[in-house]
Design a protein around this ligand. Structure first.
Ligand code: ATP
Length: 339
């Protein structure tokens, strides 16, 4: 794979060409100071100080009062270090605020290639829906998926000269809460021919797809030939689409062939052997039964984190903490056998 193939899959490159068949998006060039903030792993996790007073986590990350109390109680006041002051990006924040308003009040954020999908669990809604700069910063800063965009995008290129793109962009896409996962598909293009299509969400069996399969295949094949084939210049790539109820096709994303792109219900070896739309070799795979589902590879949160029922890890942890607190409050100071 070449750097130019990777570059074409950046949203700021493909979106202007496919705007009319995609989701409404506003793209912001990011100042280097914000890129450095996203990359900075040293020091505590601080959200930017909001100039519009819109905090994603009010009174927590940006309020060091609790920490100061703790430091005074632990050691002498002289030893307590000044907490670092949070960064601030007023210009970026205000332009993002304007874009969010233009896009109807809520957006889906992504950088050049990727969204912070692995940090959805940290937001109050458990999704990537953002209605403020602060929420966007929280998701971007907490994401491991974005480390790929920031540092490793060109790692699998045979002509690698870059370690990162010269500029980073933040794409704000109008938020759609009603997207049906069953209607998302990944299309695989090999040698400029549409060779395969896979259901995008492979962790679920959608019975309705079994009946719709032939119609969707025809629709996507026509869409590829009419809209994508001539306009996207790489030989090999994938693109993700959403099919609406009234059978319109919307492009959600382009991805490079192989490397960090998931082949979903195929393997890359299989895909490279398909003879494609020239003959009748287009292969469309969906999960055909409840037994065929695959585990989610990227968006998983440990089950222990979600399970809060009796006997769960959380339950035992909270009971133990409660017990320890009660012990500490006892006049003797709890267990004295260690004294
Ligand atoms: N505008 C939107 N509103 C709501 N949900 C969206 C929106 N755009 C995308 N999504 C959901 O988020 C998922 C991931 O989107 P997208 O492909 O743009 O992110 P990504 O990080 O590039 O993912 P991948 O690397 O897996 O391709 C989509 O499959 C879709 O379900």
């Amino acid at each position: 794979m070449k750097q130019e193939d990777i570059n074409r899959c950046q949203i700021q490159e493909w979106y202007p060409k496919f705007k009319s068949v995609s989701v409404r998006t506003i793209i912001h060039e990011l100042p280097e100071s914000f890129v450095e903030y996203l990359q900075d792993d040293s020091g505590p996790f601080l959200l930017p100080l909001s100039v519009s007073n819109e905090d994603a986590l009010p009174n927590r990350i940006n309020n060091p009062i609790g920490e100061e109390d703790y430091q005074v109680a632990e050691g002498s006041e002289d030893e307590a270090e000044e907490p670092p002051s949070p960064p601030s990006f007023p210009e970026l924040e205000l332009s993002i605020k304007e874009s969010i308003k233009t896009l109807g009040g809520a957006v889906f954020p992504k950088l050049n290639w990727s969204s912070p999908k692995d940090s959805a669990w940290i937001s109050t809604s458990g999704t990537l829906r953002c209605s403020s700069f602060s929420e966007i910063a929280l998701l971007l800063r907490s994401s491991d998926s974005l480390v790929h965009d920031l540092c490793h995008a060109y790692d699998s290129c045979s002509d690698k000269t870059l370690s990162r793109p010269p500029k980073f962009f933040l794409a704000l896409r109008r938020w759609y809460s009603s997207l049906l996962p069953a209607m998302e598909f990944r299309c695989f293009v090999w040698g400029r021919r549409l060779v395969s299509i896979s259901q995008r969400e492979v962790t679920t069996f959608y019975p309705e797809l079994v009946e719709m399969k032939t119609g969707v295949q025809k629709l996507l094949k026509k869409f590829f030939i009419d809209i994508v084939k001539e306009k996207f210049e790489s030989e090999n790539y994938t693109f993700d689409v959403y099919v609406t109820k009234d059978e319109r096709v919307k492009i959600l994303d382009f991805n490079p062939w192989g490397a960090f792109t998931l082949p979903l219900l195929f393997t890359w070896e299989e895909l490279e052997q398909k003879d494609g739309e020239g003959g009748d070799g287009l292969v469309f795979r969906i999960v055909e039964s409840q037994c065929g589902i695959r585990p989610g590879l990227k968006t998983a949160v440990p089950q222990d984190y979600l399970d809060i029922g009796p006997g769960s890890g959380w339950d035992r942890f909270l009971k133990k903490a409660d017990e320890e607190l009660r012990m500490q409050k006892m006049p003797s100071g709890g267990d004295s056998s260690n004294l």
